[in-house]
Design a protein. Structure first.
Length: 84
């Protein structure tokens, strides 16, 4: 069932990890509220969470949005795992 698969319902301070999420606001398959609720839940647990919303994107990202997503992923990883 969807409830059993929802990470939102199974997150705890012990199980959550720093998370970056990307979501198209116009997504017809997964409502943007799902990403927003996950972000809020992580923050309430004291877990680092970054949510990037793309107002004109749907379930799949356009090429220009994908380039932006990848650059943000790289920046996120560099921040979380700085070179020694």
């Amino acid at each position: 069932m969807c409830v059993d698969a929802s990470p939102l319902l199974h997150l705890t301070k012990e199980t959550s990890v720093p998370t970056i999420s990307f979501h198209g606001v116009e997504d017809p398959l997964v409502n943007v509220s799902q990403a927003e609720n996950l972000h809020k839940k992580l923050q309430s647990l004291g877990t680092l969470s970054q949510l990037e919303l793309y107002p004109k994107e749907k379930h799949g990202m356009s090429a220009s949005a994908a380039v932006d997503v990848f650059s943000k992923i790289v920046a996120w990883l560099e921040k979380q795992y700085p070179a020694k």
